[in-house]
Write a protein of this length. Sequence first.
Length: 309
Amino acid sequence: MTRHFLRDDDLSPSEQSEILDLAMKLKSNPYSARPFEGPKTIALIFDKTSTRTRVSFSVGVSDLGGSPLIVDSTTTQLGGKESIADTAKVLERQVAMIVWRTFSQSGLEEMAANSKVPVVNGLSDEFHPCQLLADLMTIREKLGGLSGKVLAYIGDASNNMSHSYMLAGVTAGVKVRVAGPAGYQPNPNVYRRAEEIALQTGGSIDVYTDPRLALVDCDVVATDTWISMGQEDQKQQKLQEFPGFTLDRELLSNAKPEAIVLHCLPAYRGYEISAEVLEGPQSVVWDQAENRLHAQKALMVWLAEQSKA
């Protein structure tokens, strides 16, 4: 049975933990797993610009013995002259895995439904699950564990990072708090799904409009850009609607003194986060960025093994 990774709750708590354990092993021994020896080719499709996703997946595929094929979707027939389903049927005969960084979650679902090789969400407008594997790995490294930790996400609570923090966080038993202005709250369906998972894991999910309340006694504070790709025309509106949500030294003081700070990058200093915090002693964003490589390698190894079973 082919396994795909399209959203964070595609993994059970035990599967998520297994992948994070493997990520730690691969970080200490980078070339110990070679599932793509041959080399097998992995298609990396990009509808959106990328630095961390492109580099980490390209290096990761090479580390695992494979050959990364970077595809700029603007120069292919994908979604234009050719359907997503037909594209999947072409790719599955030539590549061992498909990673797609795109806009629509429904497109990823259609690709997976028509592919006999694993499809991975490299980012969509609704979820960013590979980033969350890296974030959870970073929290484990820095704080020694995940279950029972309190994580607050501050910013646009309706975006893909908020949704992934909710789902992946509660899957790991984390107590997740998301805070955003009144008009930028999570998708109700994602919230309900997070609540369902939390009942099984001991995690929890709470939503705030006051970031100061969300940060009280937090172990981890995370933020993200207020203006996601494709929303550049909303910049001025959002700058007016997010007062008090800049993660600066004053706001961070509401969390535990030893709380760590996450940001998936790119960061816009002076908007969602101050330079002082981003570059300060509590920030672990550069370790977090590196861990994209190790976490995604572990995911690819796991998906390859599961899809052979």
